[in-house]
Design a binder for this molecule. Structure first.
Ligand code: GLU
Length: 418
């Protein structure tokens, strides 16, 4: 894998750039850019036809200086050790950016869940939960949903953990269904922080959201909710995509109806009201006011960045830009608002879920949304302050300086043992 597209290298460069701007010493940077440990395992699961299949599975626990390891579990054929290391590292700086008391973790299984039955997925998930059980816990490491996982998988992880531990501890995992101890507002939370970040960014840049043109790459949980809520701000969603391709309408797509179409057919392509179909690459290079990459890492590399025409990019996915893309955008002032702020609504409402689970006291949806908004707005303001004060080139670097200062302070205050 080229270093420009290895997500772990991308992550290390991002932290190192911020460390340079702050004058943090090399030893501390080294300490804060390596995971505490990575559990790499194989889980063997019986398939419906009686055969046995073995899957590569991981849980990376990156850093817990600010609180228990926290982060999702991803089901995707591209899951690798370096990918989960990067994703767990990003969680450390994301939780610090929005100042919630968690460290960072991430897990994954390398497979395509679309090729398996529901009962096979349940056995795969329960085997994974059994494998990570010794290292997770409500005060130790708290998994959550990520790409291709959701409430159903989290309910299975909770049930497996509680059964094996002979306890009731819903806060061992977040992103559960409401009746299994989930939080209201959790499903929409990632898209909501993408909307809040976009709204704050436009205000900061003196741009009008009303009538702004928007393209969204990826129409899963983050992308579809972000599109719907940005649409509600008065913007025009001109194009959206998923792995089937992209759809376009210069007069605006109805984000909710596109979601219903995707729920029914499994893809955005074929949505009857769209005026044209595009490739994903055509979507990413459209001349729009706002581009929201909401799929996977490395969506935009250096070469593609040269052709991106959007004025503002708000990252709903984790790590959608390579370092090469960042350099291109910094050179010509395309404004990029980073993942560790923009998609932090998900883990922030996971934090609220964990708090509710521990108190056994559950909030209304409006309370969840009312508590989320000031956290994202305050983190945005801190980013702008850091951009104005620190010697940084990009908003990403600015956000990393804020987060790195917090992580470094906690790690330094804790000292080195022994
Ligand atoms: N997977 C999500 C993320 O990347 C959510 C993590 C969580 O809620 O712990 O931020």
């Amino acid at each position: 894998m080229a270093s420009d597209t290895n997500p772990y290298e991308t992550f290390r460069t991002q932290v190192a750039d911020a460390a340079d701007a702050l004058g943090v010493d090399g030893g501390t940077v080294d300490r804060l850019t390596r995971p505490d440990r990575v559990l790499e395992t194989h889980i063997s699961v019986e398939m419906d036809d009686g055969s046995v299949e073995t899957f590569e599975a991981y849980r990376s626990q990156f850093n817990d200086a600010r609180g228990p390891y926290k982060g999702g579990v991803r089901y995707h054929p591209q899951v690798t050790r370096d990918e989960v290391k990067a994703l767990s590292g990003w969680m450390v700086y994301k939780c610090a950016a929005v100042n919630i008391p968690f460290g960072g973790g991430k897990g994954g299984i390398a497979f395509n869940p679309a090729e398996y039955s529901d009962s096979e997925l349940e056995r795969i998930t329960r085997s994974y939960a059994e494998a990570i059980r010794p290292v997770i816990g409500v005060d130790r490491d708290i998994p959550a949903p990520d790409v291709n996982t959701g409430q159903r998988e989290m309910n299975w992880i909770k049930d497996t953990y509680e059964t094996l531990e002979n306890t009731i501890e819903p806060g061992v995992v977040t992103g559960k269904a409401i009746d299994s101890g989930g939080s209201r507002g959790r499903v929409e939370a990632t898209g909501r922080s993408v909307m809040l970040t976009s709204r704050e960014a436009f205000e900061h840049l003196d741009m009008e959201m009303e009538g702004a043109t928007v393209a969204v790459q990826g129409y899963g949980n983050a992308g579809s909710v972000a599109a719907k809520l940005i649409d509600d701000l008065g913007a025009t969603i001109v194009a959206v995509s998923d792995s089937s391709g992209a759809i376009y309408d210069p007069d605006g797509l109805d984000a909710r109806e596109v979601k219903s179409h995707k729920d029914e057919t499994g893809q955005v392509v074929g949505y009857p009201e769209a005026s044209e179909e595009l490739t994903n690459e055509e979507l990413l290079t459209m001349d729009v006011d706002l581009l929201v990459p909401a799929a996977l890492e490395n969506a935009i590399d250096r070469n593609l960045a040269e052709r991106v025409q959007a004025d503002v990019i708000v990252e709903a996915a984790n790590g959608p830009l390579t370092n090469g893309a960042d350099e291109v955008f910094a050179g010509r002032e395309t404004r990029v608002f980073p993942d560790i702020l923009a998609n932090a609504g998900g883990v922030t409402v996971s934090y609220f879920e964990w708090v509710q689970n521990r108190q056994r006291f559950y909030w209304t949806e409006s309370r969840v949304n009312d508590e989320l908004e000031p956290i994202i707005v305050e983190a945005f303001d801190t980013l702008v302050d850091a951009y104005d004060t620190n010697d940084v080139d990009t908003y990403r670097e600015a956000m990393y300086t804020v987060a790195l200062e917090r992580v470094a302070r906690a790690a330094t205050e804790g000292g080195i043992w022994p």
